[in-house]
Design a protein around this ligand. Sequence first.
Ligand code: NDP
Length: 281
Amino acid sequence: MTVKIIDGKKIASQFFDKIKAEVSVMKNKPGIAIVKVGNDPASEIYINNKLKKAAELGFYVERFNLDEKSTLGEILKVVDKLNQNNKIHGFIVQLPLPTHIDEKLIMGGILPQKDVDGFTPLSMGNLAIGNNLMIPATAKGCLELIKSTGQKISGKNAVIVGRSNIVGKPLALLLLQENATVTICHSKTRNLVKYTQNADILVAAVGKSKLITADMVKKGSIVIDVGINKVGSKIIGDVDFENVKDVAGYITPVPGGVGPMTIAMLLENTLKASKLPRSHY
Ligand code: NDP
């Protein structure tokens, strides 16, 4: 069996086309805002990519840059203004935040119907009980990539390496909804290979380059690489792509796999938010 490369760029572009067509006939365009706190250079690239694509698809776009030393109160003030801004249907506070800021308190301040990142306690709780209103974009993107293979998910062993609130946990809930048997591994997991070798669907969301090697992968499996690691001037994933591709049935490249899907799903969430009745929740 020759490996099939899952082309995230192409799949994302199909979502972009659909969103663009819908936005083009809307009188009130969906509005998205991104709040950046501090000077993280990677965040700068992610924010530019998201807002550039949003503008390209016809969204109304705003951006807020707050100083690295901003207080919790100052950030929450901006959050509250965006909660009340009728032109903005969804917004995100780009993570990571400076270490003196408690991320959970910021997330708790975002109106659930504008929570297009899906990170607020209500959105996460909704996902846990199967009410998928705002699903975290990267997790949703991974599920779409898995579905794009046309392979059945129900009954399969899905192993997710990484248990963050933004990727691992929400993806585990989504795959559980699809009736996969889900295992979540993390830094304290003993004998990781024992789990990964048994995975029909393997997702790596860790942030360690080439953590997943060919001997850890089941033949013919679906391998989704969420990782973004800067090695020299190159961006590589958590999966040793060159060798794993000889074992896996399907695999995402980095770049060009999960990344573009994250943007597509964020904008899909924002479009959805723009259509919610204000009385929702
Ligand atoms: P976090 O740092 O929040 O979580 C990493 C997870 O990996 C933790 O659960 C950690 O375990 C686990 N882990 C660390 N080392 C090991 C190990 N040796 N074996 C098994 N598990 C391990 O990362 P994120 O979830 O935010 O991001 C993960 C990666 O995905 C990063 O590279 C990030 O840049 C990328 N990313 C890519 C996106 C995209 O659009 N393509 C979007 C979001 C993230 P523990 O909980 O025990 O600490």
